[in-house]
Design a protein around this ligand. Structure first.
Ligand code: BT5
Length: 261
């Protein structure tokens, strides 16, 4: 990856002005957390060519072969931990919009943290907070995009559910250009978020969503819930209508969602 090209073409006001680039790390989120503790500025971005222990949610592994876009953004928002899902939604909207605008592909968002193309995952997001009491001291938003590698770079058990931009487009993308656009889009939505204009992000998310009004099964807090994905509330929590007509709101922390197509 040509980091100098990113620095020269980046049109953000503050995001990504400090980029820390590594050929290989365990996880860009872990590196970003350490940097945040050391006091680097908000908007610092960690990028790696490959991750040896890329992290998904709930201790899951995130496969990170060379050719992908693996990055983490360090933020210092005024945020309660339960609001963290809003940053997941924000990031997934920023990614899906760029994929749509740049490649004319129908990228869709799946609550709480995925971007899918043709129902296969092309991007995963992991927002983690370093907390003090119930408030976030720093938040790390990790974004993983399957960009320039063939599906065969992923383990066999993921090939039915995962895809890459290269596989769909049958060519490699300009990762540096993509990152510049992603950071610009992310900054735009984050500024709105900071000014309390969350409704813009939520309405964009709803337009891009592939789950609303579909039957879903949710594993959450050791419980299995089935119903129709009805809406998301102002905090980004998922509202599910159960069979008996009651409504349940789900916070994303340990929720795993299956959608019936
Ligand atoms: C996620 O978790 O989707 C969050 C992924 C976040 C990755 C980024 S990369 C930069 C930053 N640094 C990190 O260490 N992490 C972040 P979750 O919803 O739990 O999904 C994880 C599941 O997705 C795994 O259990 C696999 O089934 C599947 N999976 C793993 N690697 C994948 C890949 N590259 N593409 C598609 N699916 C994958």
């Amino acid at each position: 990856m040509d980091i100098e090209k990113i620095r020269q073409n980046l049109k953000t006001a503050w995001l990504g002005k400090d980029i820390r680039y590594f050929a290989e790390v365990d996880s860009t989120n872990t590196v970003a957390k350490t940097l945040a503790e050391q006091g680097v500025k908000e908007g610092t971005v960690v990028i790696a060519e490959t991750q040896t222990s890329g992290k998904g949610r709930l201790g899951r592994r995130w496969e990170s072969p060379k050719g992908g876009i693996w990055l983490s953004i360090i933020l210092k928002p005024e945020l309660k931990v339960k609001e963290l899902v809003k940053l997941n939604l924000l990031a997934s909207v920023a990614v899906a919009k760029i994929i749509r605008e740049e490649f004319r592909l129908k990228a869709e968002v799946k609550w709480p943290n995925d971007v899918l193309i043709n129902w296969r995952k092309v991007c995963g997001i992991l927002a983690e907070a370093v907390t003090k009491r119930d408030r976030a001291k720093h938040v790390i938003v990790g974004i993983g995009i399957n960009a320039n590698f063939d599906q065969t770079a992923l383990p066999e058990n993921l090939r039915a559910t995962a895809t890459s931009l290269k596989e769909i487009l049958r060519r490699e993308i300009d990762r540096e250009f993509f990152i510049c656009n992603l950071l610009k889009g992310f900054e735009f939505y984050y500024e709105n978020f900071r000014k309390g204009k969350v409704s813009l992000i939520l309405s964009e998310w709803k337009k891009l969503s592939c789950i609303l009004n579909r039957r879903v099964q949710l594993s959450c807090c050791g419980e299995k819930i089935e119903g129709i994905a009805h809406d998301i509330d102002e905090n980004g929590w998922l509202i599910i209508k159960l069979r008996n007509g009651t409504v349940k709101k789900i916070f994303s922390a340990d929720a795993t969602l299956r959608v019936e197509r």
